[in-house]
Design a protein around this ligand. Structure first.
Ligand code: GNR
Ligand code: NI
Length: 179
């Protein structure tokens, strides 16, 4: 297993349209393992393959909060391959989102609160389910990544520019180069 580099905005790889996964092989399983290790290390609750520089339609999610007091965190790893939204509710709800590719920045995004999704797991088995709550928020955020979309793209120009300005300031204060 290996921790991979997470690409950050404005790296052009994040704007690529990810390609469907066609082969469910050992290389895919290794990438999934690396993505979980990278996500837990970050830490984050979701990660799309394109964020580690692999523009394929694969994402991982684990909503479990890291456990306090140093104990082993409870884990609930979920893999979504070639995910599709079959239906979404008409009603949008706000959620304050962040993104490992837009580090340390948070802003409220509106999304449908309920979706019906279809996807495959790492073995190629197909699933179809209705999803709501934080999982729906996170899955839609990750599926945006597969289409080259970041959460800041959902903001007004003014708010997006404010977030990008704060990101530049944060990088400067932490002596980080822009990606
Ligand atoms: O770790 C993450 N937290 C988060 C919080 C609210 C909405 C979406 C997310 S996903 C993000 C990790 C990430 O960047 N995934 O692409
Ligand atoms: Ni993200």
């Amino acid at each position: 297993m290996a921790i991979r580099r997470i690409y950050e905005t404005p790296d052009p790889v994040l704007r690529q349209i990810s390609k469907p996964v066609e082969t469910f092989d050992a290389d895919l399983r290794t990438l999934v393992e690396d993505m979980f290790e990278t996500m837990y290390d970050a830490p984050g609750i979701g990660l799309a393959a394109v964020q580690v520089g692999e523009p394929i339609r694969l994402l991982v999610i684990d909503l479990q909060e890291p456990e306090e007091e140093g104990g082993e965190p409870a884990r609930d790893p979920k893999v979504f391959i070639n995910p599709e939204v079959l239906w979404h509710s008409e009603s949008d709800v706000p959620y304050t989102e962040g993104c490992l590719s837009v580090p340390e920045q948070y802003a409220e995004v509106m999304r449908p609160d309920r979706i019906r999704a279809r996807w495959r797991d790492v073995e190629g088995n197909q699933y179809e389910e209705e999803i709501d709550g934080l999982l729906a928020v996170c899955l839609q955020h990750e599926m945006d990544h597969l289409n080259g979309v970041l959460f800041i793209d959902h903001l007004s120009r003014l708010k997006r520019d404010m977030v990008l300005k704060k990101l530049a300031k944060w990088r400067k204060e932490n002596n980080l180069k822009a990606a």
